[in-house]
Design a protein around this ligand. Structure first.
Ligand code: ADP
Length: 271
């Protein structure tokens, strides 16, 4: 029964974009939230789903902290932040933002499955999914449950350590047959708040090198931008408020690559 519901829901969605990272703290949720907003700003019908059971951060990033959703029978209605942008987070169901999430593996799988089956999105062009970090049971469950068409966007930072993690993420996608739309190198250089020039702080380019080594597309570099932190903390997606900054421009180029790659990968992009 749940399986049938899940398949029915997923059939109404043009393309599922799984935003993945090798580890936490690299900007996965920030990318997921801004990607959803950017696609909605282009007029697509978009859902943003946060299945990060350990640390759901979409409510905060979208200014929806403290919102609760009650199930109506089996149905969970996502919050509509715009006519064509709906948001659902596992955080809307948790008792409190500080509630420790201690579900064990098998239980997490069924919670994730139930969650995916019960959210009533209606028809969507894109469902952007903020997946749990890493390559463990949870991202695996999400990738298996959403079905096709789906593709991964992998977020990393330029340092070598993060790169080693992302190599695992790419192998993970290959092993489960999830197409990789590409790698985003986040926190790559610093966008000067005064002049807008991007200064390289660490050795950049690791993401790009890895992409070519692993034969997956490179989607672009996103600089560190202090405005991004402020935007995230104030619940105002960055791309919405600061469209002229270097980071926002870089992000728009990345979104264009994602749209192009996902439509050639079988998504219609239309409803
Ligand atoms: P993850 O989902 O990978 O754990 P988050 O998206 O929560 O990471 O980002 C972690 C922190 O880094 C947040 O405070 C966020 O605002 C900040 N951040 C992410 N990307 C950037 C960036 N390009 N410039 C500045 N701060 C960033």
């Amino acid at each position: 029964m749940e399986q049938i519901m899940l398949e029915g829901r997923m059939r109404d969605i043009g393309m599922k974009l799984l935003v993945l990272s090798g580890k936490g703290g690299v900007g996965k949720s920030t990318v997921a939230a801004n990607l959803a907003v950017a696609l909605a700003m282009e007029g697509r019908k978009v859902g943003l789903l946060d299945v990060d059971v350990h640390g759901p951060s979409i409510p905060r990033l979208m200014g929806l902290e403290g919102q609760r959703i009650e199930a109506d029978g089996l149905e969970l209605r996502p919050l509509e932040v715009a006519e064509n942008l709906k948001v659902m987070s596992i955080g809307f169901l948790l008792e409190s933002a500080e509630a420790p999430v201690i579900w064990r593996g098998p239980m997490k799988y069924s919670v994730i499955k139930q969650f995916l089956a019960n959210v009533d999105w209606g028809r969507l062009d894109y469902l952007v999914i903020d997946s749990p970090p890493g390559t463990g049971d949870e991202p695996l469950a999400v990738a298996q449950l959403v079905g096709q068409p789906a593709a991964a966007v992998i977020v990393t930072t330029p340092q070598d350590l993060a790169i080693a993690d992302v190599r695992r993420s790419v192998s993970f996608c290959k092993a489960i047959g999830l197409p990789v739309l590409g790698i985003i190198e986040n926190m790559s250089g610093l966008a000067c708040p005064h002049c807008g020039q991007v200064v390289d702080l660490f050795k950049g380019g690791g993401g790009e090198k890895l992409a070519s080594e692993m034969h997956v597309p490179f989607l672009g570099r996103l600089p560190i931008d202090p405005a991004m932190v402020t935007a995230g903390d104030s619940g105002q997606p960055f791309i919405h408020r600061h469209s002229e900054t270097p980071a926002a421009k870089a992000f728009s180029t990345i979104v264009a690559h994602i749209v192009e790659a996902s439509s050639s990968g079988g998504a219609t992009g239309e409803s």
